[in-house]
Design a protein around this ligand. Sequence first.
Ligand code: PLP
Length: 387
Amino acid sequence: MEFSLRKVYFDHSATTAIDHRVIEEMMPYFSDKFGNASSIHTFGREAKIALETAREHIARTLHANAAEIIFASGGTESDNLALKGTAYREKKRRHIITSNAEHHAVLRTCEFLQTQGFRITYLPVDKTGTVQPEVVAQHIDEDTFLISIMHANNEVGSINPIAGIGKIAREKGILFHTDAVQSFGKLPINVREMSIDMLSISAHKIHGPKGIGALYVRKGIVLEKLNHGGHHERDRRAGTENIPAIVGFGKAAVICQQEMGQESQRLATLRNAFYRQITENIPRVHLNGSFENRLPGNLNVAFEGIEGEALLLSLDLKGIAASSGSACTSGGVEPSHVLRAMGIPAELAQSSIRFSLGRGNSQEDVDYALSVLPEIVQRLRSISPFN
Ligand SMILES: *Cc1c(COP(=O)(O)O)cnc(C)c1O
């Protein structure tokens, strides 16, 4: 008899399934409504209306204007556009402030800009993974033109006080960009009240399609282009718009906006119960990051004496998908740069696992994980050379 394994997806910070309501909304734009939004005939106008409606929806969720939204291929491109776009336009100043717990889309872009003659300050984060506005303020000088600090961290879910950072940047005449890929759709965002000049978001982290994202750019800010070509996106990002994906992104954003309050509470309750039972059933576990100040679905835990990768593989054999912040490199497994930046020793960082809960998860998923986790941890510890 065929035994079918239970499947539990606890990796919503990596990507999410497209919501069936989103797929339904997208479908006509793959077939009947296939027009190019730049065409002036009926087909084109239909696509254009869909494009601008989605733009309106996204703008509304951020309290921005539609004209301030540039669609791009995802969070990575939006981060690149924000950082390179402002750097290439800046005439005199050469200093950028960011943090050492940012996503690689920001960190690697900063490293590239360093090779182009820009000076970058990578602010240290505290032990919960956040950057306080006072710390940002201390590092501002005459030469600073851009601050890029993420809203919520993708590994530990820590939430930065971005309104405070935005306020300081605005007072000093410095542009403020935030990577909000993880927080968008999960936390309320108001770009006006938070003094945000640029903000990156992505659809596939919020049950929308992959390969589509957006950059909010406050009215009046001019960016150098990354893509040269046609006059798409008000001449800010050339290339025929991916209408089905954009329509899906708009729908996904609206759903999140409508369900955010209830869903956040549900996920936080589920996550807290999961964590409590892990600590009750497994000795020598440590929570990475803050208990209170974190995204509702995020749980990042170190299991002393075990390689995180080994735990991931064992969980996978039981049908459970989670993630470790470690990156496989040619030299072996590198511990997560975020956990290291938080001051977590390399060995504990290597023992850490991220469970990110989301829309598809239920109490049964948590119960199932708890039914297999203690035994796996015990077995791995018994054979571990670090133990
Ligand atoms: C996923 C992610 C990105 C990259 O977004 P893509 O759409 O996958 O390119 C950037 N920043 C953060 C914080 C992310 O979690």
